[in-house]
Design a protein around this ligand. Sequence first.
Ligand SMILES: [Ca+2]
Length: 576
Amino acid sequence: MEASNPEPRFTLSALAHDADCAGCWPESGDTLRVRLRCAAGEAARAEVCYRSLYDHVGPYRSVGMAMALSDGVSDVFEASLTLPDYRFRYYFRLTNRAGEDLYYTSDGAMDRPPEEGSCFFYPCINPADVPRAPEWAKGAMVYQIWTDRFFNADPRNDPPGTVPWGAPAGRGVEYGGDFAGIVCQAGYLKGLGVQAVYLNPVFASPSYHKYDTADYTRVEDCYGGGEGLKALVAALHGAGIRVILDAVFNHCSNRHPFFRDLVEKGAASRYRGWFLPRGFPVDEEAVNYDTFAGLVREMPRWNTANDGVIDYLCGVAEFWTREADLDGWRLDVADELNHRLLRRLRERLEAVKPDVLLLGEIWNHAHRYVTACQLHAVTNYKFRTAALDFALQKTGARDFWNAGQANRMYYRTSTYPLLMNLLGSHDTARFATLLGDRSAAVALCALLLAMDGMPMLYYGDEVLMEGGADPDNRRAMRWDLTQTPEAAEIRALMAFRGQSECLRKGSLRLVKAEGGLLAFSRETPGSRLVAAVNFGPEAGLETPGRQLLGNARTRVGRAELPRNGYGIWEDESWSG
Ligand SMILES: [Ca+2]
């Protein structure tokens, strides 16, 4: 191999191709998607040259790469390579603005095409490695419900000490909300246009928040029990809404019988390997065992590498998926779970329901969990941070856009429709409170709902409920606020999102990012929509057609967006 050191026509340290993870993945049984990263603005053109791994004489085919992402620091080029024998050898050729070429290989940059051995290899596409996800989940709008806080339809099951609806949301208070209450509001949920409801934990637990399960076989009586859960799922399915439950499999309650056994029998317990004790006897005062967040004695962590634990927790999810006809699970603290548990869970649940969804709660980069055999989808808190900063004018439209582009670089394109964007949850302050401006909050909802990914709204977000940090963000639902003009605007946006194939499935493209004004398009072969939000001073935008929603003022071909303005336009001239 002759690798000469080329002139610095490109910033060599910026060149990167990861022949794995988010750099290279199979799109189908014979097609590979590859990415190449380089310093922003340096490459005028990029192509990938490839042939079969076992073809040592034939010419390389080449295909041009399209710029897929750019965050102002890096550009990412992408292309698809197809070979009937699905075994790939490839290298990249980049051309700079002066027309000079550079070759990028598994041995680094070269000034001439590489020898065979310096190519990248993707030795074989195994069909099982092609990313798959339930179609219904791609771009689906999800509504998160904390059952106790949503609607109380059955006072008979209220837990002792239930406080009046609207009482301050202190730690430990219970309001009496139940499954029957959600059933009562199925029409409201259908009107919002949501495709799925995600419920905070429902299994028997000593706490009001139920993130410490004491008995996975029993659904809380104060919510309506197992029969109530089944009735709820049936009612929501009748309204065309799927149901996702919270799987708290990282830890359980210290009252869980298996942990009690460990405390009682110590090293002799048959559950010795099921938890993570640091010594015996297990001491709940000293907390000499691993727990959720390290020091929460009430929440001992399962040893999710233990086969008994894996089988037990998979059995729980399998049982309830079958029993209650559930559509998916949101894995709490998914990034502390053993990968073997996730793989086994996926296998066993897909055997029960092929289009079941596994969604992980992960606050940071999650690419190693979102694979063909683990999670399908993941929470995208990065979106929340960037969107709030933008709406608060701490940053501008270009910063927001670049943050989104940078985040996408960590995920395969196939994951974009499964990044669950949110503005808040039971773990964060309410965005309406953080913004302190109702019109900005509506525009922020427009941004969430017009973007790709899975937009999630936490109950009450759609009526701009207020609330500071936990537990204040967990107030009882304010049904009175559904009557406000802002709630009506957000409902209209949600209903539009719910029925728009283009907003659910369309590709995303930047139209304009200037100051506080961001405009982007969503495109499918059949339609094109342009959406815009403006958090800065009044700004103008060339628009392609009819305005469908929003407070922008559109006259022939041009819209004026006031501060906190937003709009969605339909491109009537679009022909795909
Ligand atoms: Ca009740």
